[in-house]
Design a protein around this ligand. Structure first.
Ligand code: ADP
Length: 332
């Protein structure tokens, strides 16, 4: 599809280049040919006055012959020039067409990949529910207890589907149409994020230590809370019960960082370059059934950070813990 679009675009670009080149060549030929004719006539007039009529006639014939030769020469040069423009312009037009289409092609490819990844993730819980229900329907001796178990399991799968669709929605909407230039206190962001994860941290008996200082950044408070919730949620999810999670801040040049550190399972260096990709989950988090998720959290966090002109740095050592730092522009 993109190849034929590139060819079509090349033809259009080349048509424009050739129209300009041929138009200019015609104008050039016309003015140069008039100049040549004007010069010959001036010479014929001048020498006609000095020479006898016979020689003047011969001179005029010679000059007209030369004029025609000069015109033919000019024509040949212009044809050669236009052929050169056609060949080099064709190559340049194709390169330009590819360059024009490249970002569109990349965006479409990313969209297709996203749709296929999302469908794949949606299919897993749906297939599980379908199989369970089909088996149950075939069992004529199904007891009430068995039916209740199946309904519970179905509800669990529905919960996963809901979480996945909420994640997808959050990814699509993250930072959209929001005012991203408000002064926001990092302390408030940290406190609100801490409050939102309080229940899960208590359930896992994980202590959160908050030492965020008085720093004011530029951004959207709600989006920044969402970002820190994702980091805290992961820190809790990938840590052993009873361990500690800290949330602190740091000033670096004209930026302020908010840092979430855990003492959890850490991330292998081979996984680090991919953890911000959509649907990416490190192998250890996939195999550990306890750590639920779809690999969307950090993709959402990255999208929010990008919209805020912020950077996210990760330091992690397997079995020692991880530290995620988000550096945001200071408000003043
Ligand atoms: P999810 O947590 O839903 O799998 P994320 O996008 O939030 O998705 O994280 C992607 C992957 O990065 C996780 O599957 C996990 O392997 C790894 N990861 C993220 N945060 C941490 C952390 N604090 N400690 C260990 N691994 C982490």
């Amino acid at each position: 599809m993109f190849h034929s679009a590139a060819v079509k675009l090349t033809v259009w670009y080349l048509a424009i280049i050739m129209a300009l080149s041929i138009g200019t060549s015609f104008a050039l030929y016309h003015t140069s040919s008039n100049d040549l004719e004007h010069n010959s006539q001036r010479q014929i007039g001048y020498f006609g006055g000095l020479l006898d009529p016979g020689s003047a006639n011969d001179f005029a014939t010679l000059r007209f012959k030369q004029l025609n030769e000069d015109r033919d020469h000019l024509k040949a040069n212009l044809i050669f020039f236009n052929l050169l423009v056609l060949v080099s312009g064709g190559a340049a037009a194709y390169a330009l067409a590819r360059r024009t289409l490249e970002p569109i092609e990349n965006a479409l490819e990313a969209q297709t990949r996203f749709t296929s990844d999302a469908s794949h993730e949606l299919r897993t819980p749906l297939t599980a529910m379908q199989t369970e229900n089909e088996v149950a329907l075939r069992n004529s001796a199904l007891t009430k207890n068995q039916a209740v178990e199946i309904l519970k399991s179905n509800l669990e799968e529905v919960g996963k589907l809901k979480a996945l669709s909420e994640g997808l929605l959050a990814l699509a909407n993250a930072g959209g149409n929001e005012d991203l230039d408000n002064p926001v206190e990092l302390k408030t962001v940290a406190a609100q994020a801490e409050e939102r994860v309080a229940k899960i941290s208590q359930l896992k008996k994980i202590q959160i230590t908050n030492s965020v200082g008085d720093l004011i950044v530029k951004g959207n408070q709600q989006n920044l809370v969402d970002l820190v919730v994702i980091l805290l949620d992961n820190a809790i999810k990938y840590s052993a019960p009873g361990s500690e999670v800290t949330i602190s801040s740091k000033r670096k040049d004209k930026r302020a960082g908010i840092i979430v550190t855990d003492q959890g399972q850490g991330i292998n260096s081979s996984d680090l370059p991919h953890i911000f990709d959509r649907f990416y989950r490190a192998d250890n988090s996939r195999s550990k059934q306890k750590a639920e998720g779809y690999g969307l959290g950090l993709a959402i966090a990255k999208k929010i950070a990008d919209l805020h002109n912020a950077t996210i740095e990760v330091k992690s050592a397997p079995n020692k813990g991880s530290s995620f730092s988000v550096y945001l522009p200071l408000a003043n």
